[in-house]
Design a binder for this molecule. Sequence first.
Ligand code: ZN
Length: 455
Amino acid sequence: MQVIHAKQALTKSGWKHDLEVAIGADGRIESVGSFSRTPTHRAAILLPAPVNLHSHSFQRAMAGLTEARGPYPRDSFWSWRLLMYKFLDQLTPDDIEAIAGLVFMEMLEAGYGAVAEFHYLHHDVGGVPYDNLTELSERIVAAAQTAGIGLTLLPVLYQYGGCDLRSLGGGQQRFGNDPERFLRLHADAAAVIARGVSDNVIGIAPHSLRAVDPAGLNTILSQAKSGPIHMHLAEQVAEVEEVLSYHGLRPVEWLLKNYAVDARWCLIHCTQMTESETNALAHTGAVAGLCSITESSLGDGIFNCPTYLDAGGQFGFGSDSNIQIALFEELKTLEYSQRLRDLSRAVLATPERSTGRVLFDAAATGGAQAGGRDNGRIELGAQADLIGLDDDNEWLCNRQGDAALDSLIFGGGGQNCIRDVWSAGRHVVKEGRHFRRDEIVRKYKQTMKRLETAI
Ligand code: ZN
């Protein structure tokens, strides 16, 4: 049994001092109380490790390759997407597994305990299915297993190139399935997840209202009776205009009018919502999946967080394109976007909770709900997804409670304070390093050298 002694720990009922947390053989928290046993580990600060609720792992390998001006009057999400399509046509199953391995390792080192992988790369170049329809889903599962990260696998239905039901363009063909083949793929992927580690979860992901028609959406929703449902929604102005012209309503309006959106749903981005859409989404109980660093990178827009929070909305965080995998930085970027828009400070803080506390609580609670994972809290019986931090350094200097969280998120050195990370009790980060770092990085570098010559 692993026994952690924490000087301070953020529990479901707030900050506690001198707390003993024991992890059982089933990867769950077996006891929480005052010091009574000999510790196997010590932490100055113990936090729940949140779910990273939105990732396309393969995009990590493009980080830094899309920052020069292209041959367009104005670079945008759409010109970035063309480069992404060109890039992914180089990727083999081995590459995809190697890149995902690095991503999942970096997520654990950043303090995430699990990931919801929004997995839309299903087929070979040109859209030719592999002999094994779930070849690439299995590569994602294998990478997660190598890294030891908890996985919520979200196989994605991607049918069309736009609301006009145009067929998929060259770069999109690797994503494509009709609903019938998708249901086979999803059932096979669910069987793979069921055979894997017990904390893995299967969900479902209609890609977006651009890529899925109502009939396809109805078919897959009627088959997936449980588990999380994730969808990109209202990310870009051109996307809102397209949905409005074909469906007569804006994306959030249309979805909420036609579907019983509830706590199973996680809507990714929602950076283009009106005030009334923001209130309506908050009242559904769904999670807004915010990816602040990628949304900044792609120029998506700014989420209307004060209105959403006032209406009781749930939100969590994902790293989406994985251009930078940094939990504390991700949280900070959301708050800074609000400050820049509102010309204000501490926008998300409440009288009871500091800005960092509000952000971290949202990441833990919203991430657990979106991932369909029983984590996000230090409490008896919860999945032992935990971050152990050191405070004897220049970034924390023994800070206490919410001030320590604020320092981790806004002080710039938060990630350097992470010593240990557990995912469902698996002790995967020790002394700030992933236990398989060298092997995973070696494989990733081999892939990148090959890609460099292929592009
Ligand atoms: Zn995405």
